[in-house]
Design a protein around this ligand. Structure first.
Ligand SMILES: [Ca+2]
Ligand SMILES: [Ca+2]
Length: 291
């Protein structure tokens, strides 16, 4: 291997080692991109009226994720009337699409939880950990499913929609004729639903810190050969239920890409006459450095 090539390799390996251990000086050491999406501003707590939530009316809000995101919590301005409610995140086929089911198909429900809403109404959060790819989703609150049997309400007094939310962004599952339920858009407005999470650097960001580095590789190593019981958090980059070489390859591709130097302006090619003059000088310097 030529001396200059060896130098380049040593420099590259040093850069990789630095980046893969998550050194604060490495290019990969970005802070996790925290993300809070909210449909509307928070009005006064303790409101007594709003859109009802029950087994006969679910209220949802459609939101877009532009990057793969680890959701940690959902919530909003909500109050209890009796018992508990469910929160569900539903995958949609597009930003203006409605859930396909009546009310949901199993395939489109990506996460659910049941919680006891605050009383009186207040801004609350409940844990709902799930990793979502970029795309369109709805956060839906309701009852009568997922073992939730209570009732509640979503106030909208003195609240304004937060862009890009419009009235059409809200959806409801409700009775439109006796015994007939369907999804409609835009029948409620200015209710506050919140999604909290952090954007992920890529499929191989197994600890969701928005970096792909040695910490993620350690997670893959600890779980390789086994089932991916924790999904992405187990090192399953391609989400096929196992932790194997394909997941490592995804880590490797993105880790190395994250460490690639930024593009530099092209250096003009020296003309042939300059090379003829410079050639012997360069050869002399290289011989001296190799001694
Ligand atoms: Ca990571
Ligand atoms: Ca896998």
């Amino acid at each position: 291997m030529a001396y200059s090539t060896r130098l380049t390799m040593v420099a590259l390996l040093a850069t990789l080692a630095c980046g893969l251990t998550g050194s604060p000086t490495s290019r990969g050491a970005l802070r996790a991109a925290a993300l809070t999406l909210e449909s509307a501003t928070m009005g006064p707590a303790g409101q007594g009226s709003g859109s009802p939530l029950s087994a006969s009316q679910f209220v949802g809000w459609r939101f877009l994720l532009t990057k793969r995101t680890a959701i940690s919590q959902v919530g909003g301005h909500l109050g209890g009337v009796s018992g508990n409610l469910f929160a569900a995140i539903v995958s949609l086929s597009g930003a203006s699409a409605l859930p396909q089911g009546a009310p949901f198909t199993d395939a489109e429900v990506v996460a659910t939880t049941v919680f006891n809403p605050s009383l009186p109404t207040n801004d609350f959060r409940v844990a709902l950990p799930v990793v979502l790819n970029a795309g369109a989703y709805a956060l839906v609150f309701g009852s009568g499913k997922y073992n939730a049997a209570g009732a509640g309400l979503l106030p909208n007094g003195q609240q304004t929609n937060v862009a890009p939310t419009l009235q059409a962004s809200y959806i409801t599952w409700r009775q439109i004729l006796p015994g007939r339920y369907q999804w409609t858009a835009g029948s409620v407005n200015s209710v506050r639903l919140v999604v909290v999470g952090s954007e992920i650097a890529g499929a191989a960001d197994f600890n969701f810190d928005n970096q792909i580095n040695g910490a993620d590789l350690a997670i893959w190593r600890a779980n390789v050969g086994g089932p991916a019981t924790g999904g992405s958090a187990s090192g399953d980059a391609d989400l096929d239920g196992d932790v194997d070489g394909a997941d490592f390859m995804q880590w490797q591709r993105t880790a190395v890409a994250a460490l690639a130097p930024p593009p530099v302006a092209p250096v003009p090619e020296p003309d042939a006459s300059a090379l003829i003059v410079a050639g012997p000088l360069l050869a002399l310097r290289l011989r001296r450095r190799l001694r």
